[in-house]
Design a binder for this molecule. Structure first.
Ligand SMILES: Nc1ncnc2c1ncn2[C@@H]1O[C@H](COP(=O)(O)OP(=O)(O)O)[C@@H](O)[C@H]1O
Ligand SMILES: [Mg+2]
Length: 309
């Protein structure tokens, strides 16, 4: 039995014989396939949870430690791996979460210096794509003829706070500022250029550094797992869906992977499919030969227009 207030002035009482988000719900059988769409789990009404990057290009994933952020990323990667999509990882916690997927990743940065050069390579790629669109009179890569269309890129960043940490030295500060500026630029330009961001964080507020609020404004899709306090929930959802802030605070510690998803002010509860590490490794190996090679990542200054394999 759930008593929630989906909007001010309304109380919704939902009684279900079987909780679609319960621990024994099992994976969602999804046999569909659509480019840049993933079905990472299920919704509270039992339907498949759909994430369509063409509709909502960038996502912010928030949650306390062990609330289910990395599992969500894994569920997303598992869904995108069979598609003609380049997956790029940034995992500054030693690569512990994303390295399982390495055979299927077009790049993986595990130090901030690597992340910084990866992000600037992606900015080069954005520039190249922008020129191509301009030359073809297209407003986005999706308007380019399918044959010459660059492969979509999804940039997955686990624990983004590590990108902004500074040990106080000038170099470290400069690197953090660079990363933050590059991310913001990718957020602003990426949607039209087929470059998408999925950013996971425990908290996502201005204490991380300047530019965070501006980046958050670009991340129109929000997924908020259990959080420690109201301010974290507020930072994740408050600007887009104020009514969801109290809903997310009702998620308990035993409901790992349960999250409130909001898009355009509407919210819904969802839970990702559990991805065990051995399954993740196996899946990444299985789809390794689909990994697009992005020339801009191996030769950062390449402008060869035929660089995608
Ligand atoms: N959707 C889920 N359903 C059930 N258990 C989950 C789910 N997501 C995560 N968990 C459990 O919670 C643990 C922590 O999840 P994880 O994704 O590593 O959290 P975070 O990245 O937020 O620290 C996992 O080891 C797993 O056992
Ligand atoms: Mg994690």
């Amino acid at each position: 039995m759930r008593v929630i207030s989906p909007e001010r002035g309304h109380v919704l009482i939902v009684a279900t014989a079987h909780d679609p988000l319960g621990a024994n719900a099992g994976p969602m059988p999804v046999h569909r396939s659509r480019l840049m769409t993933a079905w990472p789990g299920r919704l509270a009404d039992g339907a498949a949870w759909e994430i369509d990057f063409r509709r909502v290009p960038h996502w912010l994933v928030v949650g306390a430690t062990r609330s289910g952020k990395s599992n969500f990323l894994a569920a997303l990667i598992t869904q995108l791996a069979p598609q003609p999509v380049a997956l790029v990882g940034v995992d500054l916690k030693g690569g512990m979460e994303l390295s399982m997927f390495e055979p299927r990743l077009s790049a993986l940065a595990i130090t901030r210096t690597e992340a910084s050069s990866l992000l600037s390579a992606l900015l080069c790629e954005a520039d190249i794509r922008m020129q191509r669109c301009r030359a073809a009179g297209a407003r986005s890569v999706w308007e380019l003829p399918e044959k010459g269309r660059p492969v979509p890129i999804v940039v997955l960043i686990d624990e983004i706070a590590e990108l902004y940490l500074s040990d106080g030295t000038r170099e470290s500060k400069a690197e953090a500022t660079e990363c933050s500026a590059a991310l913001l630029r990718l957020g602003q330009l990426g949607a039209a250029l087929g470059i998408h961001l999925v950013v996971a964080a425990q908290r996502f507020g201005s204490e991380l550094g300047p530019g965070v609020t501006a980046l958050r404004a670009q991340l129109g899709g929000r997924i908020c797992h259990r959080v420690h306090d109201g301010t974290s929930a507020e930072m994740a959802l408050g600007d887009l869906s104020p009514d969801a802030v109290s809903v997310v605070q009702a998620i308990t510690e035993t409901e790992q992977g349960v999250a409130v998803v909001t898009v355009g002010g509407r919210w819904v509860r969802a839970r990702s499919t559990v991805i065990r590490p051995d399954r993740a490794r196996e899946m990444a190996r299985e789809h390794a030969d689909r990994t697009p090679r992005l020339a801009v990542l191996s030769h950062p200054h390449s402008t060869d227009s035929d660089r995608h394999e």
